[in-house]
Design a protein around this ligand. Structure first.
Ligand code: MGD
Ligand code: MGD
Ligand code: MO
Length: 895
């Protein structure tokens, strides 16, 4: 690190080059007020509370760069008085309640430190507030116009929703759209709440005015967010067993003090009156509360009866990517050791199983290739089929920040998603045509000599076959297939091809297709052609994994063909190792994937299904058929927080703890293990998934061992060399550790393949898969292509976000359609519409606009009652069975 040494009150202190004097002063341990400053933001220098004397003049420390040899005086009487005057002037305009006893927040802290009492606050107030938003309230009387919220919203969150209005002493923050906060562009990331030094912007309720920098240390629990796969580190503040606030951790490795509406605010579900608190058992067709012993005995008896009648393979489990690693580890161990089947799968099947298959085939391991910190240092980002601004907001914000600082951006998405508005090139392929698009880009890279020949020679295979295939993917032909103008294709290829350190980030727009695995592999080709993976000339290929622990659920072996650590269950040596650790035989035949489980149930071959935290009746495709399968299965057991669609029809429902209530670890999208800790107890009689699996095993007469989650991770680490260096103790000390991590004494590998790829021959494998059309195609009866995906305020089945203040932010499932199509089909904005496919019917509310191109419509699936997955088909990726959620032929009529 290049450093600068300055002298603060006579003591030398070294800070990184580019630091401000404020950083140097604080590094010297001197506390200075700095009310318009936040080290996550660019300095403003407007409040004059951080004045110091340097080189004979008075300067605001926050906007003065530290240069070598500077001598800073913070203690002189004059500067101390100037600082106090500045604070007093600010305080004098505020009403006394700004400094009332026990006020939280930075200003109150500063005043206490300077001995400025509430009597100094003499403002009349009366400017009113804005309490229209469920999570963010504005009290104008407390606003000191420091602008931190405005900079937070633009620089860190990238939403630009706030502005300062008015003049002089009347200046105050306001939503840029002018109206009430609730109708503004605010996405409730909480950044403004977190930086506000006075509580002018705060969250309602007991945590009013609390921010991550100024809250009591003792009452907090450090944990990892249980919504998406970003893996934000959060501090949960609890009082009397209730969550009062969730604050983003400043030292969170990915989030760095930021969060989104879900992790920060959407915890109201915990105390919903609909939360399950007792086990339920179906008697005479009705689910009735029973004691745990009775419920467990019923499950144990039912599983044993199924095995007796149809053999171990007539039982299956769907494990949860919402649950911890330790829970997933136990579920798969239970199925293999106690039941004796490999019929265990998780929602990675519906999501990024093509990433697992494709990345393993191309590079050797089933994970993203680079750390997100590296990706966020790239000079060119290729974001494909992902909408991180809504689905991974903290990642979206960091990517946008990078772009606003000059990185190139190519977005490939049929829709005008948030990042596309900032892109150098926005490619809008027809849904389902990615493989042709990627081949088109590769064609240009080859044709224009933008490949890394030495890398291709020394570290890759498959170039001759790919070169031959790419002859057919000229820009013009690719335009015909994808609809992307040839000039845009060439421009994108040049941007990616000429960048110094390009990175690829992608999502479900690549995987959830009939040829999703081919899509992943053809996308990986681009990084290989450029030598931008496993080298310092780029930052690889990185899937934005979806659920909080979908990477981990698969890492732990909740998969029908793979054991923990991705060893093939069909491989006798792999089985032998597991058998030695588990002390029992492991079945050799790979088990059923989720869609095959349903097919087996419909055929009468599946007699018992344990569904742990997945609402398959709402979120799997073609739910009419899923319902038939579940209804045909004699025993369906469901671990749930709520009576989901699946639980509602189950035979036994076990009430379980949520992520805020349990102990363990999650693995995030860039392969980091992080700790999950209980901040509050589960409600009523709810237990953790971990306990339920152990208890069912015990009821079947088997001790699964691993009494605590830490023991389960330790056992897994003993089994899997790539996890050997991981333990709860280590994670407690170090925070986040990425896998592979074979050694307890050495860091995990954040960036993969720097020496060799993990394929059998140590090389990266180019794939030469031809483009094939999607499974569903529009025709006269179903003329539109429906793409389904996410909205920012809700999460998947919506079971948790709909039971929180988020419902007020986004109350219905909307169908986006283009004005041309609205005109053609007689649909008006805001009107109810019926959407029909070849498989079923859904009811939604139309939103007319041009974010979706003509011929395509888009909706989310966050409200099971609207029936979106009755529309989707059972077409699935040919390699992994990942559903083609992104292409369904539909028609739309007003209803
Ligand atoms: N707010 C919120 N966040 C979430 C979730 C949530 O439900 N809500 N769910 C979590 C989960 S489980 C997951 S897996 C992730 C998913 O995160 P993403 O992968 O970002 O989510 P999607 O919105 O499903 O799809 C991404 C994009 O793919 C585009 N797309 C569709 N077809 C094609 C195509 O053929 N080619 C290209 N290039 N693009 C296409 C769509 O227009 C869409 O914008 O989000 C996680 N985060
Ligand atoms: N049309 C369409 N459908 C889709 C998709 C799409 O893009 N389009 N995306 C697909 C994708 S990528 C995914 S990942 C799936 C997600 O689909 P699901 O996994 O079904 O969705 P979630 O709402 O995340 O969670 C399922 C259930 O888990 C419960 N739950 C939460 N935490 C826990 C826990 O700790 N333990 C237990 N036992 N239960 C818990 C919740 O209450 C919820 O009912 O949806 C898929 N469905
Ligand atoms: Mo997902």
């Amino acid at each position: 690190m290049n450093g600068v040494t300055v002298e603060v009150d006579g003591t030398g202190v070294a800070v990184p080059e580019g630091s401000s004097l404020l950083t140097a002063v604080r590094a010297a341990g001197v506390e200075l007020p700095a009310l318009c400053s936040d080290d996550r933001l660019s300095p403003a220098g407007s409040c004059r509370t951080c004045l110091v004397r340097v080189g004979g003049r008075v300067a605001a420390a926050c906007v003065t760069p530290a240069s070598p040899g500077m001598r800073v005086d913070t203690v002189g009487e004059e500067v101390a008085r100037l600082r106090r005057d500045a604070v007093e002037v600010i305080v004098s305009a505020l009403p006394p309640r700004a400094l009332a006893d026990g006020s939280p927040g930075e200003l109150a802290h500063v005043c206490r430190a300077m001995g400025i009492g509430p009597e100094a606050a003499r403002g009349a107030g009366g400017r009113g507030g804005d309490e229209s938003h469920p999570y963010v309230h504005l009290d104008r009387d407390l606003c000191i116009a420091c602008g931190r919220c405005v900079r937070m919203c633009s620089e860190v969150q990238g939403t630009f929703a706030l502005t300062l209005v008015g003049r002089g002493g009347d200046t105050v923050v306001a939503p840029g759209t002018g109206g009430p906060w609730a109708e503004s562009d605010c996405v409730a990331c909480g950044g403004c709440v977190d930086t506000c030094p006075t509580g002018a912007i705060s969250q309602p309720g007991p945590a009013r005015g609390l921010t991550s920098a100024f809250h009591p240390q003792e009452a907090r629990t450090r944990t990892t967010c249980g919504y998406c796969g970003v893996g934000c580190a959060l501090d949960v503040i609890a009082h009397d067993g209730e969550v009062t606030a969730v604050l983003p951790a400043r030292d969170g490795p990915v989030n760095r003090g930021h969060a989104c509406v879900k992790g920060r605010f959407s915890h109201g579900f915990r105390t919903s009156p609909e939360r399950l608190t007792r086990p339920l058992l179906r008697r005479d067709g009705v689910l009735e509360p029973v004691g745990w012993d009775e419920a467990l005995a019923h499950v144990a008896r039912g599983l044993r009866a199924a095995v007796d009648a149809g053999g171990p393979d007539s039982v299956a489990a769907i494990s949860s990517a919402r649950a911890t690693n330790e829970e997933n580890y136990l579920v798969q161990k239970f199925m293999r050791v106690v039941v004796g089947t490999n019929n265990v799968d998780n929602c990675s099947r519906l999501c990024h199983s093509p990433s697992a298959a494709g990345l393993t085939a191309s590079f050797g391991l089933s994970g993203g290739t680079d750390s997100f910190d590296d990706v966020a240092r790239s000079d060119c980002l290729l974001v494909v089929g992902a909408n991180p601004v809504e689905a991974h907001p903290v990642v979206g914000a960091r990517l946008l920040e990078r772009v606003l600082h000059g990185a190139g951006l190519i977005v490939a998405d049929p829709r005008a998603v948030g990042l596309a508005l900032h892109a150098d090139v926005h490619l809008r392929p027809r849904p389902g045509t990615n493989v042709a698009l990627f081949h088109g880009l590769a064609h240009v890279l080859l044709a224009e000599g933008l490949t890394d020949e030495a890398f291709l020679r020394e570290r890759a295979t498959g170039l001759p076959e790919l070169t031959e295939l790419l002859v057919d993917y000229t820009p013009d032909r690719v335009t015909d297939i994808t609809g992307v103008p040839a000039a845009d294709l060439v421009a994108a290829a040049r941007l990616y091809g000429r960048a110094e350190r390009p990175a690829i980030v992608y999502g479900l727009g690549v995987t959830e297709h009939l040829h999703g695995t081919d899509g992943v592999r053809s996308l990986a080709n681009l990084a290989i052609l450029r030598g931008a993976v496993g080298t310092d000339r780029g930052h690889g290929v990185n899937p934005l994994r979806g659920q909080n622990n979908v990477q981990g659920a698969s890492d732990m072996g909740a998969l029908p063909d793979l054991l923990p650590g991705y060893g093939k269950v069909a491989d006798p040596a792999v089985r032998a190792r597991a058998e030695a650790v588990w002390g029992g035989p492991v079945p050799a035949r790979p088990g059923l994937r989720i869609p095959d489980m349903f097919a087996a149930a419909r055929a009468g071959d599946l007699r018992a299904l344990w569904v742990i935290g997945e609402d398959v009746r709402a979120t799997d495709p073609d739910t009419t058929r899923v319902a038939e399968a579940l209804d045909a299965c004699p025993l369906v057991v469901c671990n749930e927080l709520f009576l989901s669609e699946t639980a509602r029809h189950a035979d036994v429902v076990l009430p379980v703890a949520s992520w805020l209530e349990k102990d363990g670890t999650f693995v995030n999208f860039d392969r980091r293990f992080q700790r999950v800790r209980p901040a509050v107890p589960p409600p009523g009689e709810a237990r953790t998934d971990f306990d339920t699996v152990r208890a069912v095993a015990a009821a079947m007469g088997v001790d699964l061992r691993c009494p605590r989650p830490a023991d389960a991770l330790a056992e897994c680490a003993a089994l899997v060399p790539a996890f050997a260096g991981l333990s709860h103790g280590r994670l407690d000390r170090e925070g986040a550790v990425p896998w592979p991590c074979p050694d307890p004494g050495r860091p995990g590998e954040a960036k993969l393949y720097t020496e060799r790829f993990a394929t059998p021959d140590g090389r990266a494998h180019l794939a030469a898969a031809p483009y094939l059309p999607p499974g569903e195609r529009p025709d006269d009866a179903y003329p539109l292509v429906l793409v389904t995906g996410r909205r920012w305020a809700h999460y998947n089945s919506g079971s948790m976000t709909r039971r929180s203040g988020n419902l007020a932010l986004d109350p219905v499932d909307l169908l986006d359609l283009h004005p041309d199509d609205a005109g053609r089909y007689g649909v008006r904005d805001g009107e109810r519409v019926t959407v029909e496919s070849r498989h079923g019917r859904a009811r939604l509310v139309a939103r007319v606009g041009d974010r979706t191109p003509p011929g395509q419509v888009f909706c989310s699936f966050h409200f099971p009652a609207s029936g979106v997955n009755r529309l989707t088909s059972d077409v699935a990726d040919t390699v992994t069975s990942c559903p083609e959620y992104k292409v369904t032929a539909v028609r739309v009529t007003p209803s």
